[in-house]
Design a protein around this ligand. Structure first.
Ligand code: GLN
Length: 191
């Protein structure tokens, strides 16, 4: 989807690659597995630091679970990168997957078709976090804080690239942020 809009997107497999990017998407999948792999491959501290210094971050579906502050479930332990609490598998099992039309703040034009697959919802939202989309019955399914975006659905499964374009804007901002030039390698940890 990013390549479609002309972005040089890479798959991040090693923690060192976090230095090459302005924005990271943690995609859908299985959140317990993603947290296990992030831990095993030593991503957590670097990821936290990059986000702290302004890297753009987008968690979709399982990715939203991974970056939440707190979960209604016992697993996994989320990374607390955005102040939301999230309930996994809120809409039920795989067979309860569905599609919906969503109005998303910041996206012009027609509503977006969104694909929900064993999707989570946002149950509570911190004061500084903006709810940018909800289902017809009022469940929050997309939120944003600064350069962090979290969505319950799978934006890669339709041909609509408008949310990707919005994320690209956040990544561009990150690229220009002078704080991004700082890193622990360059600045002593005593500072
Ligand atoms: N149900 C999955 C989880 O809890 C998320 C599903 C998805 O990413 N489509 O991790």
């Amino acid at each position: 989807m990013f390549r479609k809009i002309g972005i040089n997107a890479i798959e991040v497999r090693k923690v060192q690659q976090l230095s090459e990017i302005d924005g990271l998407v943690i995609p859908g999948g299985e959140s317990t597995t993603i947290v296990k792999l992030l831990t095993r491959f030593d991503f957590i501290d670097q990821l936290r630091e990059k986000v702290h210094y302004g890297m753009a971050l987008w968690g979709t579906c399982a990715g939203m679970i991974v970056i939440a502050r707190e979960l209604a479930d016992s697993y996994p332990i989320p990374l607390n990168l955005i102040d939301i609490s999230v309930a996994r598998n809120y809409f039920g099992r795989q067979v309860d997957s569905f599609e919906a039309e969503l109005h998303i703040d910041g996206i012009e034009g027609d509503p977006m078709r969104a694909v929900f697959i064993r999707a989570p919802i946002v149950q509570t939202i911190g004061e500084e976090v903006m709810q940018i989309a909800s289902t017809d019955d009022g469940q929050a399914v997309a939120v944003k804080k600064d350069r962090i975006l979290a969505t319950s659905f799978h934006p890669e499964l339709t041909s609509d690239t408008r949310l990707h374009a919005l994320f690209l804007e956040l990544a561009k901002e990150a690229r220009e942020d002078p704080r991004r030039n700082r890193s622990t390698e360059e600045s002593p940890s005593s500072v």
